[in-house]
Design a protein around this ligand. Structure first.
Ligand SMILES: Cc1cc2nc3c(=O)[nH]c(=O)nc-3n(C[C@H](O)[C@H](O)[C@H](O)COP(=O)(O)OP(=O)(O)OC[C@H]3O[C@@H](n4cnc5c(N)ncnc54)[C@H](O)[C@@H]3O)c2cc1C
Ligand code: FES
Ligand code: FES
Length: 488
């Protein structure tokens, strides 16, 4: 059996005896003595445990990515480079991220500070932090109970994109490292990290009861919250071809293991409805690990990408040693958390066809707060109207309204063939009560969901009157609020 091999703060590490479900956070604090990295929630919500990993970005180049170490299982680091807050200071000179936080008094009790610094660390080396909302997104995964976010945000704004010419900056110009296979066993648990589609298919055929894992942002919670033993895990993240994203005239092909940060960047131009949904998805640290395949295969009724992908009429490619098959996403979800995946099969890629000419398309997410929250209701809509203003195609899909993400078949029928007017939308919206019988839970009552799903359709009609495929809503950012307040 192999050793888990990675670089931690410049030091080569080989581990042969830790259980494969040991989280990086546990390892840092309990084995490596690196207690700068803190535990708050152990479920990806607070950011106190953030560290940076040298990862490959959408363009194939290395990039620093802040991640939640509480959700990273140690074998996921195979062949990777990790930096924690202890490693940032060189020759007694703080890293610019640390210095900026000190200068702006961005730390009081200090518990959140190492995590905040690591998110700022990623921000330093990003080349695409060119709009205020991106800074909100970069920092929204870090909670602070005492300082207040103004000094933290100002410190982050001061260093974002400054690309310090230090060893971390130099690491970004080095050749990317090759993925390393791993066959690991310890404490009665096994973990495999194949690096080709063939290896992955064969391993799954040999171990049909194995659990697949990629980013682990869903699966690791079974370890950290439910204290479960996972006897056999097979990872998809070591297979480079599964991460590819391509655009053709026919549409987009998104690899199952493309991280949501990469998909978010790629779809900005190529698929605004999906891009908009990802803007409001989790936090930067989660999106740096979470994958499209994981979101679809987790099959949560409140997962955010299925509704928009259903509306876009996406198909998924499933692979096993028996071959490859393509399934329409609308046939992928069979019942609550059950998908069409057969034993030995994995999701390889997602195909999103180009929008029909003139289509109106948008996605919406309703949650209790804008950043880092789970949906009460999410939806995606595509409507095509002919020259006579008649609806020739309507695809409306919702999450949070049923046991699976689901199209609103009756409402679609009520729209098709009708004039695309406010009256038609109003009449059709009533059909949503026949399409869905939502439940009440802590995210929203059945009444709330029934009401909001209609309002979202009304909002879509209004929003797409002028701009058929709107991108991000023009919400004021914190900075704009402050400027307005100062000018008053
Ligand atoms: C703090 C926090 C916030 C979150 N916020 C959101 C949110 O706003 N919206 C949202 O929708 N989700 C959210 N999630 C859930 C999660 O981040 C997403 O579902 C994510 O996309 C899962 O991807 P992953 O690669 O981490 O999946 P993993 O955890 O690795 O896997 C998830 C499931 O999919 C299966 N799987 C993974 N890849 C494949 C494959 N290629 N083929 C077959 N099966 C596969 C695994 O076996 C597992 O059952 C959040 C999670 C956390 C912890
Ligand atoms: S400990 Fe809270 S995000 Fe990891
Ligand atoms: S400084 Fe105390 S939690 Fe942020």
């Amino acid at each position: 059996m192999d050793a888990i091999t990675f670089t931690l703060n410049g030091r080569h590490v080989e581990e042969r005896h830790v259980p494969p479900t040991t989280t990086l956070l546990e390892y840092l604090r309990l084995q490596a003595g690196l207690t700068g990295t803190k535990e708050g929630c152990a479920e990806g919500d607070c950011g106190a445990c953030s560290v940076a990993i040298l990862d490959v970005d959408a363009h194939g180049g290395p990039s620093w990515r802040a991640v939640n170490s509480c959700l990273v299982l140690l074998p996921m680091l195979q062949g990777k480079t990790v930096v924690t807050v202890e490693h940032l200071t060189h020759d007694n000179t703080p890293h610019p991220a640390q210095e900026a936080l000190v200068q702006r008094l961005g730390s009081q009790c200090g518990y959140c500070t190492p995590g905040v610094v690591m998110s700022m660390f990623e921000a330093c080396y990003r080349k695409d932090l060119d709009e205020p909302w991106k800074l909100d997104d970069q920092m929204c995964g870090n909670l602070c109970r005492c300082t207040g976010y103004k000094p933290i945000r100002e410190a982050a704004a001061a260093v974002a994109g400054t690309a310090p010419q230090d060893t971390f900056g130099a690491a970004l110009s080095q050749a990317r490292s090759q993925p390393m296979t791993l066959a690991y066993a310890s404490s009665g648990q096994q973990y495999f990290n194949p690096t080709s589609v063939e290896q992955l298919s064969s391993l799954l055929a040999a171990h049909p009861t194995a659990r697949l894992v990629c980013g682990g942002t869903d699966l690791s919670l079974e370890v950290t919250k439910k204290f479960q033993q996972l006897p056999l895990l097979i990872s998809t993240e070591g297979v480079p071809s599964l991460r590819a994203m391509t655009k053709t005239d026919a549409g987009l092909v998104l690899g199952a293991t493309a991280t949501l940060s990469d998909v978010e960047a790629f779809t900005r131009e190529h698929c605004p409805p999906l891009h908009r949904m990802l803007r409001y998805f989790a936090s930067r640290q989660i999106k740096n690990r979470a994958t499209l395949g994981g979101n679809l295969c987790n099959a949560s009724p409140i997962g955010d990408t299925p509704p928009v992908l259903l509306a876009l009429d996406a198909t998924v490619t499933l692979r096993s040693t028996r071959g490859v098959r393509t399934v329409a996403l609308r046939e992928f979800y069979l019942s609550y958390r059950k998908t069409a995946l057969q034993p030995g099969e994995f999701l390889e890629s997602v195909f999103i066809p180009s929008l029909p000419k003139g289509a109106r398309a948008a996605a919406y997410k309703v949650s209790k707060r804008r950043e880092l929250d789970i949906s009460a209701v999410a939806c995606g809509f595509v409507v095509v109207v002919d020259d006579a203003n008649k609806v020739v195609l309507a695809r409306l899909a919702y999450g949070g309204m049923a046991a699976t993400p689901k199209r609103a078949a009756l409402t679609e029928t009520a729209l098709e063939g009708q004039l695309w007017t406010e009256e038609t939308v109003e009449k059709a919206a009533a059909s949503l009560d026949q399409d869905f019988t939502p439940m009440s839970d802590h995210r929203g009552s059945a009444w709330y969901r029934q009401t909001v799903c209609k309002n979202l359709l009304r909002g879509f009609y209004l929003e797409t009157l002028a701009n058929h495929v709107p991108s991000l809503p023009q919400r004021p950012t914190a900075t704009v609020h402050l400027e307005l307040a100062a000018g008053e």
